[in-house]
Design a protein around this ligand. Sequence first.
Ligand SMILES: [Zn+2]
Length: 72
Amino acid sequence: MSAPCRIAPDRSTPPTYEGVCVTPLVPDGPACGHSSGELRSADAVDAWIAAHAGVTAHAHYRRGPREPVTAG
Ligand SMILES: [Zn+2]
C-alpha cells in the first residue's frame, strides 16, 4: 500500500489562468484547441479570447484558474 499523499494549496505560488478554444472546426468535428497558455490574470485570458475570436470568429471557449498545489 502506498503512503498517503496530502495535496494542499501552494500559497507560495500565484495561480495562473488559461483559456482554450473549444469551437468545433466542422459540425460534430474536432475542436480548434488553441490555448492561451498559462497567463497571470483572468483579464489576460479574456484579452486572448477576444483576440482569437477577432481573427477566427470562433465563439466557444473554456477558461479558468490553474491552482498551484503541493503534494507530499
Ligand atoms: Zn479557435
